[in-house]
Design a protein around this ligand. Sequence first.
Ligand SMILES: [Zn+2]
Length: 104
Amino acid sequence: MSKICSTCGLPQELCVCETIAKESQKIEVGLVKKKFGKKNTVIHGINEHEVNLKDLAKKLKNRFACGGTAKQGMIELQGNHLKAIKTELVKLGFSPDTIEVKAK
Ligand SMILES: [Zn+2]
Protein backbone atom coordinates (compact mmCIF):
# COMPACT_ATOMS: atom_id res chain seq x y z
CA MET A 1 0.00 0.00 0.00
CA SER A 2 1.36 3.37 -0.92
CA LYS A 3 1.01 6.36 1.33
CA ILE A 4 -1.64 8.94 0.59
CA CYS A 5 -0.67 12.59 0.56
CA SER A 6 -2.61 14.50 3.20
CA THR A 7 -2.65 17.66 1.08
CA CYS A 8 -4.01 16.45 -2.25
CA GLY A 9 -5.25 12.96 -1.36
CA LEU A 10 -3.31 11.27 -4.16
CA PRO A 11 -0.92 8.36 -3.63
CA GLN A 12 2.55 9.68 -2.94
CA GLU A 13 3.99 8.58 -6.31
CA LEU A 14 1.39 10.70 -8.13
CA CYS A 15 1.53 13.62 -5.73
CA VAL A 16 3.14 16.80 -7.01
CA CYS A 17 2.59 18.86 -3.86
CA GLU A 18 6.29 19.07 -3.09
CA THR A 19 7.04 20.10 -6.67
CA ILE A 20 4.43 22.84 -6.50
CA ALA A 21 5.64 23.83 -3.04
CA LYS A 22 9.18 24.15 -4.28
CA GLU A 23 8.04 26.58 -6.93
CA SER A 24 6.13 28.74 -4.48
CA GLN A 25 8.66 29.26 -1.73
CA LYS A 26 10.23 32.55 -0.85
CA ILE A 27 13.79 31.60 -0.14
CA GLU A 28 16.42 33.89 1.26
CA VAL A 29 20.06 32.99 1.38
CA GLY A 30 22.62 34.92 3.39
CA LEU A 31 25.76 34.60 5.43
CA VAL A 32 26.21 34.47 9.16
CA LYS A 33 29.48 35.20 10.87
CA LYS A 34 30.92 32.49 13.04
CA LYS A 35 33.85 32.32 15.37
CA PHE A 36 37.36 32.98 14.06
CA GLY A 37 36.16 35.01 11.08
CA LYS A 38 34.45 32.04 9.45
CA LYS A 39 31.18 32.40 7.62
CA ASN A 40 28.30 30.00 7.16
CA THR A 41 25.63 30.04 4.51
CA VAL A 42 22.08 30.21 5.86
CA ILE A 43 19.00 29.38 3.84
CA HIS A 44 15.65 30.36 5.24
CA GLY A 45 12.11 30.86 4.07
CA ILE A 46 11.60 27.28 2.97
CA ASN A 47 8.34 25.89 4.30
CA GLU A 48 9.40 22.84 6.27
CA HIS A 49 5.88 21.44 6.20
CA GLU A 50 6.00 21.35 2.40
CA VAL A 51 9.63 20.51 1.74
CA ASN A 52 11.76 17.92 3.51
CA LEU A 53 14.44 20.19 4.98
CA LYS A 54 16.61 17.41 6.35
CA ASP A 55 16.69 15.73 2.97
CA LEU A 56 17.45 19.03 1.23
CA ALA A 57 20.23 19.80 3.68
CA LYS A 58 21.74 16.38 3.04
CA LYS A 59 21.77 16.95 -0.71
CA LEU A 60 23.34 20.40 -0.36
CA LYS A 61 25.98 19.08 2.03
CA ASN A 62 26.87 16.41 -0.51
CA ARG A 63 27.13 18.92 -3.35
CA PHE A 64 29.30 21.33 -1.43
CA ALA A 65 31.12 18.62 0.53
CA CYS A 66 30.60 20.54 3.74
CA GLY A 67 28.94 20.13 7.09
CA GLY A 68 25.60 21.62 7.98
CA THR A 69 22.35 21.39 9.88
CA ALA A 70 18.64 21.76 9.29
CA LYS A 71 16.60 23.19 12.11
CA GLN A 72 13.60 25.40 12.73
CA GLY A 73 12.95 26.02 9.06
CA MET A 74 16.54 26.94 8.36
CA ILE A 75 19.46 25.23 6.72
CA GLU A 76 22.91 26.27 7.77
CA LEU A 77 25.88 25.13 5.69
CA GLN A 78 29.46 25.50 6.75
CA GLY A 79 31.38 27.95 4.61
CA ASN A 80 30.43 30.58 2.08
CA HIS A 81 28.48 29.03 -0.79
CA LEU A 82 26.67 32.14 -2.00
CA LYS A 83 28.12 31.92 -5.50
CA ALA A 84 26.82 28.45 -6.24
CA ILE A 85 23.84 28.08 -3.92
CA LYS A 86 21.22 29.40 -6.34
CA THR A 87 22.35 27.10 -9.14
CA GLU A 88 22.24 24.13 -6.80
CA LEU A 89 18.79 24.98 -5.44
CA VAL A 90 17.47 25.33 -8.99
CA LYS A 91 18.95 21.90 -9.84
CA LEU A 92 17.07 20.53 -6.85
CA GLY A 93 13.78 21.78 -8.23
CA PHE A 94 13.33 25.27 -6.82
CA SER A 95 12.35 28.10 -9.13
CA PRO A 96 15.07 30.75 -9.64
CA ASP A 97 12.45 33.49 -9.14
CA THR A 98 11.88 32.38 -5.56
CA ILE A 99 15.51 32.53 -4.48
CA GLU A 100 17.00 35.73 -3.21
CA VAL A 101 20.71 35.70 -2.46
CA LYS A 102 21.76 38.48 -0.14
CA ALA A 103 25.42 39.05 -0.79
CA LYS A 104 27.24 41.07 1.81
ZN1 LIG B 1 0.03 15.78 -2.51
